[in-house]
Design a protein around this ligand. Sequence first.
Ligand code: GAL
Length: 405
Amino acid sequence: MLVGLVSMSAASASDVEVLHWWTAGGEAAALNVLKEDLQGQGINWNDMPVAGGGGESAMTVLRARVTSGNAPTAVQMLGFDILDWAGQGALADLNAVAAKEGWDEVVPQALQAFAKHDGKWVSAPVNVHSTNWVWANKSVLDANGIDVPATWEEFEAALAKLSEAGVTPIAHGGQPWQDATVFDAIAMSTGGPEFYKAAFVDLDEEALGSDTMVEAFRRMEVIRANVDDNFSGRDWNLATAMVANGEAAFQLMGDWAKGEFLNAGLVPGSDFLCFRFPGTQDQVTFNADQFALFDQGGDVSAEQAALASAILSPSFQSAFNVVKGSAPARTDVSDEAFDVCGKQAIADLANAASTGNLYGSMAHGHAAPASVKNAMYDVITAHFNGVFDAETAAAELVDAVSIAK
Ligand code: GAL
């Protein structure tokens, strides 16, 4: 009874309770930009962090909260998960604030496809991340005479050289979502954009079971052969730290990794390098973090509208994304405040969008619904850990997807 009273008085009308998985140093620093913005407007931030990159654990906690009739005010969410909750009628209607602020004109179509459901805005896009990046320790590359590799073959040669020199070539965290993040880039590089779309978006059986897919799995075996012995279960930000402190040369990871390098005081271009995964220089496999606003029983609340409006404001979009490592979720934000990697992210995104080279990330819920994504995770991770060879993995992928979809 006492506990009930205490928690009721803690959640006043001007609170927002925000469920998210931004618990790594760089992520928390970026989130602070939003917290401070709202606190400046007299809105109290009730933090509900659920650790776990990629957000799988956060989504499990969310389901439990909604089932018990206690949905948070706002929830960090990706792609198809947003459409799924919207389809269940769980999300608030943001059309009034969106119309007032002209979101339709400034948010890229690729994001609107996930932020709107049945003509209604249901979530506020925060950023555009992408998964086909490589992060490198510059001194390690220089010491070993390695240039930024432009092709898979050059990348393989660099890995072999590092390995011979006794350096861990790749810092990797063996968690399903991280294995899948690497696979996003490998599949795009191996088969190109048509193959990526056919396999991961259209879920075409022929593409899923093709020789190209077998080759993509073979290349994953090359990655596996170039990680250290302790990769299993490692969090992504610890893998980033290995590159930051020179224990490893490369990490294949989305651009939230940049937030970690920056948070450690490192400078892009001189301490660390960012480049597109070899063979995907023209493509962008994106994931956009959004805050989905849960229907609190009636109209969108004043606090929810204030949160959505703060997120979409151009000044916030610049300030937040400079720290987070992502590109803004609006097309009209200047790249002036962004560093060299941020400027590249913004330019790559615009080019990819205008040349038909922008695709949703399979690993981060922007290519297919969660059931299919999780089925793919299982096969990719089992193969990475040696349960299947490449041929078997491609065949398993066909089966797993056909059961899940
Ligand atoms: C992604 C998310 C990023 C970053 C990453 C690691 O799914 O979009 O913002 O948080 O997980 O936690």
